[in-house]
Design a protein around this ligand. Structure first.
Ligand SMILES: *Cc1c(COP(=O)(O)O)cnc(C)c1O
Length: 426
């Protein structure tokens, strides 16, 4: 039975049996007991599925991953301890030293650092392309050793919208999958698999949790990328894994299960970036209202963007769903029901005016966070990027006056009134 996305938010991933708990149980246990060592051996050899140690898998996490999998329309999913871990695992599962990845340049700063600095130290090279590059520029970024293409549906904080179809077809022409970080729209507003993406990642820390409670991440596989058709590029999936008694992931688990099983069996085993079952439980509470919250985030984001656009003290506004925005056409295609609650803008008067504005906000609170039920605001030039001078900020695509406002789910009128009184102080 195919259910609406609202029903999946509320009930997906877990169906209790007779007399079992209605809410997902928190299995707060590191280990699981077996009657015979033969049985446990079969689990270790991946011959049977079952739990043995929470560093690899835990039932609470698996229920929540199954819900996100269903929301995205995938075939397999896993939770990770953070969005950073999700993006690292998604790429490292198919790229190793000597390999190359094409990435949109318009991505989260933490992901950029992971790729350009830390994974580079591991021997993986990245070529960054503008999300607005031409088809020729995109094609020119590929190398014989390219293993994946990466981008964000809505980039944090640039708010550019990825042309998923175009990036997916370029990836597929070169025999590699497209990995899309779908954190900002969530599957409520965009399901990248429907546009050709192969792997989806999330920082569940943002809208999915939605209440600023737990850092977490998730990886979902569409099950549609044919690793075997490009077996020479992906030997880790298509040839025996010596560290797992010679199992070949595509053979044993099929295209629908190979990617996530390998990431669990190898990367979770070796790096241990598991989400705590308690946090998975909180994440599930967030997911139960995701469809309701996203609608209000989008309503507030759009109303705020329209209000700011008409205000004489506002120099510029960026919001993908705002009529006339440079990404509004792409947003209409990929995000017809709304984009997210994050709006960026500049106050006339630059850095000093931005500081005065921020100081006078009352409801919107200054925090290094986005996508929370409570409205939060950040002035990067004065916070996350304060060590940079104006020239360095410009090179990073951040103007000194840029304010990132993450509209929460409070009353629209109250948020606008707060911004109005703070602007009056400028
Ligand atoms: C926050 C964020 C991340 C990193 O996630 P953490 O949960 O903070 O590790 C990755 N991608 C995007 C788009 C983000 O907004």
């Amino acid at each position: 039975m195919s259910e609406s996305i609202s029903t999946v938010c509320v009930q997906g991933g877990y169906t209790p049996g007779n007399g079992e708990p209605r809410q997902i149980p928190i299995i707060q246990s590191t280990t699981f007991k077996y009657d015979t060592s033969e049985h446990m051996g079969k689990l270790f050899d991946l011959e049977e599925s079952g739990y043995f140690y929470t560093r690899l898998q835990n039932p609470t996490n698996d229920h929540v991953a199954a819900k996100i999998c269903e929301l995205e329309g995938g075939t397999a999913a896993m939770l990770t301890s953070s969005g950073q871990a999700a993006n690292f695992f998604a790429v490292f599962n198919i790229a190793s030293a000597g390999d190359h990845v094409v990435s949109s340049s318009s991505i989260y700063g933490g992901t950029y650092n992971l790729f350009a600095v830390t994974m580079k130290r591991m021997g993986i090279e990245f070529t960054f392309v503008s999300p607005d590059c031409t088809d020729d520029e995109l094609a020119a970024a590929f190398q014989p050793n390219t293993k994946a293409v990466f981008g964000e549906t809505i980039a944090n904080p640039a708010l550019s919208v990825l042309d998923i179809e175009r990036f997916a077809s370029a990836a597929h022409e070169h025999g590699v999958p497209l990995i899309v970080d779908n954190t900002f729209p969530t599957p409520i507003n965009c399901r990248p698999f429907e546009w050709g993406a192969d792997i989806v990642t999330h920082s569940t820390t943002k809208y999915m949790d939605g209440h600023g409670v737990g850092v977490g991440g998730c990886i979902v596989d569409s099950g549609t990328f044919d690793w075997c058709a490009h077996a020479d590029k992906f030997p880790g999936l298509t040839t025996p894994d010596d560290s797992y008694h010679g199992v070949t992931y595509t053979e044993r688990f099929g295209l629908e299960g190979a990617f996530i099983t390998k990431a669990t069996a190898q990367l979770m085993r070796d790096f241990g970036a598991i989400q705590a079952p308690q946090n998975a439980f909180y994440l599930n509470l967030g997911l139960e209202s995701l469809h309701l919250r996203m609608a209000q985030h989008c309503k507030n984001g759009l109303a705020m963007a329209e209000y700011l656009k008409a205000h004489p003290k506002i120099a510029w506004v960026r919001y993908p769903s705002l009529e006339g925005d440079e990404y509004s056409e792409q947003a209409k295609k990929y995000l017809p029901n709304g984009s997210c609650g994050v709006v960026s803008f500049g106050v006339v008067g630059g850095r000093a005016a931005a500081e005065t504005f921020m100081k006078n906000l009352k409801l919107a609170q200054i925090a290094t966070h986005v996508a929370d039920a409570r409205t939060c605001v950040l002035h990067p030039a004065n916070a996350t990027h304060r060590q940079m001078n104006d020239a360095e900020l410009a090179a990073a695509g951040i103007s000194p006056d840029l304010i990132r406002l993450s509209c929460g789910i409070e009353g629209t009128e109250d948020l606008i009134a707060d911004v109005e009184q703070a602007l009056a102080c400028v």
